[in-house]
Design a protein around this ligand. Structure first.
Ligand code: HEM
Length: 371
């Protein structure tokens, strides 16, 4: 049974190998003062430390509500669970006197030109990214946390998804999956196993111009991106591949080879092989100046039912991590603005959050450096 260690300099759920199921839940914080917020952070820490390691819950007592929802049975398996706690800009709006401690790049997500943001699925004071091998484990963790935080957390929105993991292929470290447009997704991610690279791109370190408490944390950008799958399924294969800049089945660059091969843009300055406006070429032009804009993507596919017009409501719960939100997600998304893929996608929700540094040991708790 897979249990990821809870204590450490960073939280789980970022460089942790992507689980098959993921959920993003955003909350309003109802705690009224710093003390209430402190209690909330301690409670979250205790619950997550327990849930991620698993165990039995106490004996039944018919006079009280059961201590656990019971949906996983009498013994809770860890099931690869990770619960990642992050804060939104609105938490620093100064109800808690935390304005001076706000991570420097943490801001309220502004709409991009192709967005049609639904206010009911945007922003939030606090977000949990809950991932596990099965969605049931994620639902169980969410219900446990809600049960233990009455009066201090109120769910604002949530979105869950899944990824069909592919058997690892040679040279493939993190594992890529297919998204709902049928392409392999995750191919060119910086390797989460490469600690030095993660220190450079993903984790806030003391060299960054950030408050001391933020060291070990990371920025999380979340986007709920609807895919127009019916239209996509009627689009010629050649056009689909030109839009992404990769072969659909193999995931290889358009110059051929295998998924892990790196496209060579220097020898293709006019975009005869990989179009200049292909998704991957805009997202990462692979020049020395754009190396610092690399992000760690960790998305999940979602399917929410049916729109009133009979179209399937399917898409990508896009989640990415970076040490600097401006240089990471915001810069990359600005380069993607106007890309041909926009005809088939519509961002409808999401938000920006700052992932708290990890709890180092039993005495520590998530967010202690802020209190
Ligand atoms: C690469 C799909 C949205 C950033 C890719 C690839 C696919 C893909 C198929 C190529 C395989 C790979 O390297 O993973 C999608 C879909 C999206 C979406 C279907 C929306 C529904 C976004 C957004 C961003 C983004 C919102 C960031 C703002 C990137 C980056 C790469 C990439 C950085 C890697 C490029 C490289 O290094 O070669 N995406 N993507 N994508 N995407 Fe997206």
């Amino acid at each position: 049974e897979l249990a990821y260690p809870f204590h450490g300099p960073h939280q789980q759920g970022i460089t942790t190998p992507r689980q098959a199921s993921g959920m993003l839940v955003s909350f309003d914080v109802l705690a009224r003062d710093r003390e209430g917020l402190d209690t909330l952070l301690r409670t979250l820490t205790t619950r997550i430390a327990f849930l991620t390691q698993g165990g039995a819950y106490p004996q039944r007592d018919p006079r009280f509500p059961p201590p656990d929802s019971g949906i996983l049975g009498p013994r809770i398996p860890p099931d690869g669970l990770s619960v990642t706690v992050a804060l939104g800009a609105s938490l620093f709006d100064d109800r808690f006197g935390l304005a001076p401690a706000r991570p420097r790049h943490l801001e309220r997500m502004q709409g991009f030109p192709n967005d049609a943001l639904d206010a009911a699925r945007c922003h939030g004071d606090l977000a949990l990214q809950i991932c596990a091998n099965t969605l049931d484990t994620a639902y169980h963790a969410l219900r446990d946390i809600i049960k233990h935080t009455p009066g201090s957390l109120l769910v604002r929105w949530k979105q869950e998804g899944n990824v069909p993991l592919l058997p690892p292929s040679p040279g493939d470290i993190d594992g890529s999956a297919r998204n709902f447009l049928g392409f392999r997704d995750g191919t060119a991610n910086p390797s989460a196993q490469d600690k030095a690279l993660m220190d450079e791109l993903i984790w806030v370190d003391p060299q960054r111009d950030e408050p001391d408490w933020a060291v070990g944390g990371s920025y999380m950008a979340v986007r709920i991106i609807r895919n127009y799958v019916e239209r996509w399924d009627r689009t010629p294969l050649g056009e689909q591949e030109a839009i992404f800049g990769r072969e659909k089945m193999s995931g290889a660059p358009l110059s051929g080879g295998v998924e892990q091969d790196v496209p060579d843009y220097a020898s293709d300055p006019e975009g005869k092989i990989t179009p200049l406006d292909a998704h991957i070429r805009l997202a990462n032009p692979r020049t020395p100046e754009t190396e610092k804009n690399r992000i760690l993507r960790r998305p999940f596919n979602y399917s929410n039912g049916v729109e009133p017009n009979g179209q399937l409501d399917m898409g990508l719960l896009f989640i990415c991590f970076q040490a600097d939100l401006q240089e990471g997600f915001i810069t990359v998304q600005k380069r993607l603005d106007g890309e041909p893929l926009e005809e088939y996608i519509k961002p409808v929700g999401g938000g920006y959050f700052f992932v708290l540094p990890g709890a180092r040991d039993e005495q520590d708790y998530l967010g202690r450096g802020l209190m």
